[in-house]
Write a protein that binds this ligand. Sequence first.
Ligand code: COA
Length: 129
Amino acid sequence: MPEIYKGIRFFSRKLIKPEDLNSHGTLFGGSVLAWIDEEAAIYVICQLGKSNIATKFMSEIDFVSSAKLGDIIEIGMETVSFGLTSITVRCEVRHKFTLKPIIRIDKIVFVHLDEEGRPKAHGITEPVN
Ligand SMILES: CC(C)(COP(=O)(O)OP(=O)(O)OC[C@H]1O[C@@H](n2cnc3c(N)ncnc32)[C@H](O)[C@@H]1OP(=O)(O)O)[C@@H](O)C(=O)NCCC(=O)NCCS
């Protein structure tokens, strides 16, 4: 599969609130993973122009650093490659102002599905802006 990098782009921003913290008072990993899954799904729907997709695979998640109450973070996405039925994207979450990375995921694979939930060719080969 040829890899297509056009530069990561940052979309959503989040203010870290009390409900996003773990018992140590720092950003809860489960919250940030839920934000990433939603953001990646929106990104992929925009790339494919199709909404019938499912998350298939996530590579290692590198929790690079943390965030605390009141911090503002941003979530970035980039297309890595297009397959026949799949699309692979990568993600970085970072602090809005310092740009310090919080999380990196090198591969998140989504599959385009038909009405019966089976993989279906998406027909897209080039990233859209
Ligand atoms: C998505 C699903 C239909 C795919 O079924 P499948 O039998 O694995 O499909 P295939 O083997 O035909 O693979 C489909 C595509 O996914 C890719 N793929 C499958 N497993 C993969 C893996 N572990 N890593 C990377 N890509 C993978 C294949 O390479 C293929 O891509 P291509 O068509 O672009 O070449 C099925 O696994 C499923 O329903 N999973 C649950 C999805 C879900 O509910 N996600 C929400 C989170 S729980």
